[in-house]
Design a protein around this ligand. Structure first.
Ligand code: ANZ
Ligand code: ZN
Length: 616
């Protein structure tokens, strides 16, 4: 973005002046073939002495200057006698006055890049201006023709001198750097905030506490009459806003002059409420929306979890609202959410048939079809149905599985375990009956293992102890990082190791640990096992098992044995073994001795805990 245009018009032929343009695509600068300014740009105004120019400016204004009007209007331009010098090539570019350039946006002047901007493409086609390609899908396609429209997509920069071969983002940075170094432009973040219309014509919403008086105008409802409550005797039979039609609710006296006046019948957009509910969750005084001190203590929300649809509208509004509250001194909190986590969707393939009468697809639910590896048939008539892509479950596509039926069959623990185990929570979860069945079997397997718990078992199994403590620590870290599928995988591993181990105090400890580890994800099973172990309180209230840091480190390491730098064998050795011990271990290796083949050992290089290299 460059500075707004200078107020002084050009001083006639031959004079030099800067003409700053605003662009979001500086990477395409070598594709610029013209410059266009708004009808009310100083340059256009300076030429308005010419009746032809004046007439064109008038025509532009008649067409409307609002963004929406300009968007749809036919692109019109007037070619002035002025040319602009390209900052890199020095080439003269014709300067047009154009109806699609808005004075209020950017600098009121644009560089026209027909190859990569659709408006510019239409304009260049109409006025016979060059259309150059400066972005291509790959460098070999640098000279590919355009297919009747601009290409706004990503790619690699071509036909652009020092930018050739760069990505779009690299080229943007490179052009900005040159412009800044040369003092003729700068990179800047431009916000494009628009007004937010907060009123809605509907009953369900927070009333807007204003009264319209013919004499006094818009009058706020006095504080002692707040909150304004909605009438409950409303009818939804007729379309439209029931508040507007309610016989009495809107008729009130003006709080200022006492004459008959009307309540505002619009209510607030629900996004208004979701913009500050988290402050109210943190603090609920009876007389105010929230208490700033309490809010300061609880906020910000450490981890906000929601679907991706939250990320644009709701979060933007909520952040805006919080900042506005901070600015008027209502809270110290400026950012409401410290982190956002957007979870994936549960997905399933779709089953449909085209309705021959209406020509539109009719969808069937998974329980209505018989799905085999070849395809799917409808249970009702045994005729085939089309199997569609795996997409987000939705009522309209009927690709939904009924959780109640599955829970009734396999139990809530198995269902929850499946949902957590399959993929990281930020990814979509393709629903699978086979997956659920596998999880139901695992619930049974754990239950059997829990039955083997023996509080009086004796004896130590160091390797199992280590595995148990490492798993406790790792599962805790995984849960903190929302890596539930990783935690699940570790629980599977510890289960396997515990099943294989012989009875011992260590094995009993591993089983007890597994009950703890399973508890957050399979609470029913865990509580049952916990009670069977003789506990009288809930495992949900029990502290997370402590880990012994000494058991977290492996006390055995794998040592690589090399001959002349080539790997010949690996052995395990106690961690921290001395150089002498490692050397002796290495020389005892049959594989190494075969490689040495009787040659004299000239040097032994030992890297503790890592490798031994024998030089002959
Ligand atoms: C060159 C270019 C090449 C552009 C290209 C786009 C694509 P947004 O993203 O909406 O902010 N522009 C700049 N000022 C304008 C104005 N006052 N009236 C009309 N259009 C204007 O749009 C920014 C782009 O809109 C800018 O980037 C500019 O065209 C145009 F392949 O510059 B561009
Ligand atoms: Zn009044």
């Amino acid at each position: 973005r460059a500075e707004p245009p200078p107020p002084t018009p050009p001083q006639g032929e031959g004079s030099l002046q800067r003409l700053p343009v605003y662009t979001t695509r500086p990477d395409t600068i070598f594709g610029a073939s013209f410059v266009a300014v708004a009808a009310d740009h100083p340059i256009a105004q300076s030429l308005a002495g010419d009746p032809e120019v004046a007439a064109f400016i008038e025509a532009c204004k008649r067409g409307g200057t609002k963004a929406a009007e300009v968007e749809t209007a036919e692109k019109l331009g007037y070619r002035t006698a002025i040319t602009a010098r390209h900052p890199f090539t020095g080439e003269p570019l014709p300067v047009f006055i154009a109806n699609f350039v808005l004075m209020e946006y950017g600098t009121g002047a644009v560089m026209g890049v027909p190859g990569h901007d659709q408006r510019d493409f239409e304009f260049a086609t109409k006025y016979g201006l060059p259309i150059a390609r400066v972005v291509a899908s790959d460098p070999a396609r640098a000279d590919e023709p355009f297919m009747g429209e601009a290409e706004a997509g990503d790619g690699v920069i071509v036909n652009s001198d020092f930018l050739d071969g760069m990505t779009v983002e690299e080229a943007k940075a490179a052009v900005i750097a040159r412009a800044e170094a040369g003092g003729w432009g700068e990179g800047r973040t431009v916000w494009r905030l628009r007004d937010w219309g907060v009123s809605r014509q509907r009953y369900w919403g927070t009333p807007i506490p204003f009264i319209h008086c013919d004499a006094c105008g818009v009058v706020p409802v006095p504080k002692d009459q707040l909150p304004v409550t909605l009438p409950e005797d409303v009818s939804f039979e007729i379309p439209g806003n029931p508040l507007e039609r309610h016989p009495t609710w809107k008729h009130v006296d003006c709080p200022k002059c006492g004459k008959a006046a009307r309540r505002e019948t619009d209510t607030l957009d629900t996004f208004v409420d979701s913009s500050w509910y988290f402050l109210r969750f943190a603090s609920q005084p009876a007389d105010r929306p929230f208490d700033p001190e309490e809010v300061a203590k609880w906020m910000p929300v450490q981890h906000y979890i929601g679907g991706i649809e939250h990320a644009i509208l709701h979060l933007l509004y909520a952040r805006f609202w919080t900042r506005a509250l901070a600015q008027i001194g209502q809270t110290e909190v400026k950012e409401p959410f410290a982190a956002l986590f957007t979870q994936g969707m549960v997905t399933h393939e779709t089953y449909s048939r085209i309705d021959p009468a209406r020509g539109v697809p009719v969808f069937f639910g998974p329980e209505e079809v018989d799905r085999t590896s070849e395809g799917a048939t409808l249970l009702a008539d045994s005729a085939p149905v089309d199997v569609g892509r795996v997409i987000k479950m939705s009522k309209s596509k009927k690709n939904v599985v009924d959780p109640d039926a599955i829970i009734a069959r396999h139990g809530a623990d198995a269902v929850r375990w499946f949902m957590l185990s399959d993929s990281p929570p930020e990814r979509d979860l393709p629903w699978s009956d086979a997956g659920i069945e596998g999880c139901a079997r695992f619930v049974q397997r754990l239950w059997r293992l829990f039955q083997a718990y023996d509080a009086s078992a004796e004896g130590e199994d160091k390797a199992l102890d280590r595995k148990t403590h490492q798993t406790i620590a790792a599962v805790a870290a995984d849960i903190e990082a929302l890596g539930f599928n990783k935690a699940v995988a570790r629980i599977y591993e510890l289960t396997g190791a515990t099943e294989k181990a012989a009875p011992s105090a260590s094995r009993s400890a591993a089983i007890r640990a597994l009950v703890h580890l399973a508890a957050p994800m399979m609470p029913h099973l865990a509580e049952e096992a916990w009670a069977a172990m003789g506990n009288t309180t809930l495992i949900a209230d029990a502290p997370w098992p402590e880990v012994d840091p000494a058991l977290l480190v492996d006390d055995e390491v794998t040592i690589a044995i090399q001959h002349m730098g080539k790997l010949r064998d690996t052995v395990t050795a106690p961690k921290g073994a001395s150089k002498e011990d490692l050397e002796a271990l290495a020389l005892a290796s049959a594989n190494l001795q075969r490689s040495i083949d009787g040659a004299a050992v000239r040097k032994v290089i030992v890297v503790p805990d890592r490798l031994v290299n024998i030089v002959t």
